[in-house]
Design a protein around this ligand. Sequence first.
Ligand SMILES: *[C@@H]1O[C@H](CO)[C@@H](O)[C@H](O)[C@H]1NC(C)=O
Length: 394
Amino acid sequence: MARGNGCCSSFCKCFFEYETPRVLVIQNKCVGTINRLIQASIVSYVIGYVCVIQQGYQDTDSVISSVTTKVKGTALANTSDLGVQVMDVADYIIPPQMENSFFVLTNMIVTPNQTQTTCPELPNPSTICTSDSDCTAGFSNPRGNGIQTGKCVNYSDTIKTCEVVAWCPLEIDTNLPKPALLAEAENFTVLIKNSIRYPKFNFNKRNILPHINSSYLKRCTFDRVTDPHCPIFRLKDIVTEAGEDFQTMAVNGGVMGILIDWSCDLDLSEKRCIPKYSFRRLDNKNPTNNVAPGYNFRFAKYYKDCDDIDTRTLIKAYGICFDVIVFGKAGKFDMVPTLVNIGAALSFLSLVNAVCDWVVLTFLSKRDYYSKLKFIHVDENEDTLSEGTMYGTQ
Ligand SMILES: *[C@@H]1O[C@H](CO)[C@@H](O)[C@H](O)[C@H]1NC(C)=O
């Protein structure tokens, strides 16, 4: 057929051509078993792990969310300085609003009627003095409470300390009330309103589920068994579920995590996309080295006394900070990840050939025979085909 127009004809020959490798079938129980075993494990990996567990056929998106909280409850606090006081939400939630968290005051040290004047510094090795020459006027120790005046004055009958200009009387924070002043905080409740969105799938939902009506919301409290969808939590239940004791934690304070898991399979009904709550203590409670435990901070309430002098009540507040942590991933069927995972699975199957070839050519007793059949050795000095091809063409 070859005519003068060589270029075109060779191109046509190339174009209308299909190459396919010849396959060697080896009847051997050992290699056959290895082959099927590896194939089976790859198939079960693809079906079991990639499809069922990882849901590799789905496109995924992470949650974005907003959280608001509202705590309710009142408690009687019997402080030695202020007497019996009713504490309500405005007293024990500090600050009134925070993003994704709220702080509940459970214990405090109150120092009332502080004014700007001079008083003896609290005794410690750097402030105890015997004469004025031990004190430096104008010196302020960052760990102290004020600025020294340079005088050495009586702190008590036996101890003299340097005098400071400060908010006096100074706070003495060594006697932390125990049990905690607001022991009743365990019965406070918090309503957590959480709205979430999966932007990629245009999916919105909130943790007050569609079947919850307002009369149910007025009386329910979260309980893992009986009321798992109620968004109102008793503080004691939160702490107890995390394996901690509320009254112990209330004394020094701490940080609790309220975890809301919104992981959803959006291929299923929307009704099955519901939040799962769990609770964990986030600050590290180390029983062996309990230095600086818990959570506390100071704040003051200012007023003017009858003589128009600025006065304040200093409060060292101990309490539990609750962090609401929302996380989750939603998945929905999508063609692209499906194809990518199928491709990965198919390329895994070529691993079978590599392993079986290695076994055939290394361990089998007839490995030389198989090797001759599998490889054609070409010697550039010879013109005829070598033995290997002879077998192949039979
Ligand atoms: C919390 O409420 C329960 C039941 O109403 C009550 O028995 C318990 O004494 C209360 N806790 C405190 C610390 O008052």
